[in-house]
Design a protein around this ligand. Structure first.
Ligand code: PLP
Length: 361
């Protein structure tokens, strides 16, 4: 089969050695005669696998012991509601940085939780989310302030956290750049991420939460309660065993590769190659302000919607797949997650150069 480079924003490319390992042990996990999809989540085959996955994740992200790690279901989207249900307890006042599509979904869901007030403390709507918003000095202490660390659709990313948020309890949506970039877990009260970009297959959502924050609040239905999920070690009901297993293999792969620092270095190199081309091209350009640019999701345009469509189709024929931009912004988007290889970016840039010449750019 011809080489394919998958630029999908999610579900996204997984490390090839991980896929091969899954294939090799899919029929009989650890010589048990059972597939990983068939084992009991009450067996030591599962609990050992889950414990190892958690241990490796703690190493990768340097998660302190006073944080719980949860492997739940429902995607990033369930966290939009679960976070306010659990953490907007003191005065039900929450603050949101409106940095784009996913931040807005988080705001809408928080506002559906009875009694919760969600203030928009900063927004870059006025520049169509092509830059991160400037967060002003805050006058009040919120139950938490929600930040989307990487805006998957608009292609913006926080390299550093806004200083003015120091002293607030931060909740970070890291769905599209978890372990692509080093963040300090201790700067956050809670971090969440759907698995299907940098972690593994869809079906598992990672939550890292400071234990103090989940203890002693209002009692919630079990599946929606961090405290109850943590007390049962994410196995309150049947956990997503296969998704956790693949995530565990990805964590091992990440450690073997050199961990988060090495991923960050590779992602900087991959994205710089594409941004350098975009900044010098006479046909293609990046709509995103330089200081706000993401290393994992890179939107770009020709300025002509018809030509964009033609480009996406031609790229697809050349093995460069899933380059179509999100329906809300149009154009193109290249997602360069941890497992995406540098050669794929080189191939894309070569193809863009040829395309530019072919249209007389
Ligand atoms: N948050 C961000 C930053 C995302 O990119 C996405 C999905 O792409 C979500 C949340 C929603 O995630 P899910 O599909 O896991 O519910």
């Amino acid at each position: 089969m011809a080489q394919i480079y998958n630029f999908s924003a999610g579900p996204a490319v997984l490390p090839a050695p991980v896929i091969r390992q899954v294939q090799s042990e899919l029929v009989s996990y650890k010589n048990s005669g059972m597939s990983i999809m068939e084992i009991s989540h009450r067996s030591s085959l599962y609990t050992d696998m889950e414990a190892e996955a958690e241990e490796n994740l703690r190493k990768l992200m340097r998660i302190p012991n006073d944080y719980d790690v949860l492997f739940l279901q429902g995607g990033g989207t369930l966290q939009f509601a679960m976070v306010p249900l659990n953490l907007a307890q003191k005065n039900k006042q929450t603050g949101f940085v409106d940095s784009g599509h996913w931040a807005q979904r988080a705001i809408e869901e928080a506002r559906l939780v009875p009694g919760v007030k969600a203030d928009i403390i900063a927004s870059s709507a006025a520049v169509n989310y092509t830059a991160l918003p400037d967060v002003p000095e805050l006058r009040q202490q919120y139950d938490y302030v929600h930040l989307t660390l990487n805006n998957t659709i608009e292609g913006t990313m926080y390299r550093d956290l806004p200083n003015v948020l120091h002293g607030q309890t931060l909740v970070g949506d890291m769905s599209s750049n978890i372990m692509a970039q080093r963040y300090n877990v201790e700067d956050f009260g809670l971090i969440y991420a759907g698995a299907q970009k940098n972690i593994g297959p869809a079906g598992m959502t990672l939550i890292i939460v400071k234990h103090d924050l989940v203890e002693g609040g209002t009692e919630l239905p079990a599946m929606l309660s961090y405290a109850k999920q943590a007390a049962k070690h994410s196995a309150l009901n049947t956990p997503p065993v296969f998704a956790i297993y693949v995530a565990g293999l990805v964590f091992k792969w990440l450690l073997e590769q050199g961990g988060v620092e090495e991923m960050q270095k590779r992602n900087e190199k991959k994205s710089a190659y594409l941004y350098d081309f975009l900044d010098s091209s006479s046909l293609f350009s990046s709509p995103v302000k330089k200081s706000s640019r993401s290393v994992t999701n890179i939107p770009f345009v020709t300025g002509n919607a018809e030509l964009d469509q033609h480009f996406v189709a031609a790229a697809q024929e050349n093995g460069l797949v899933n380059l179509k931009g999100h329906r809300s912004v149009g154009g193109m988007r290249a997602s360069l997650y941890n497992a995406f290889p540098y050669e794929g970016v080189q191939k894309l840039v070569e193809f863009m150069e040829r395309f530019e010449q072919s249209v007389g750019g």
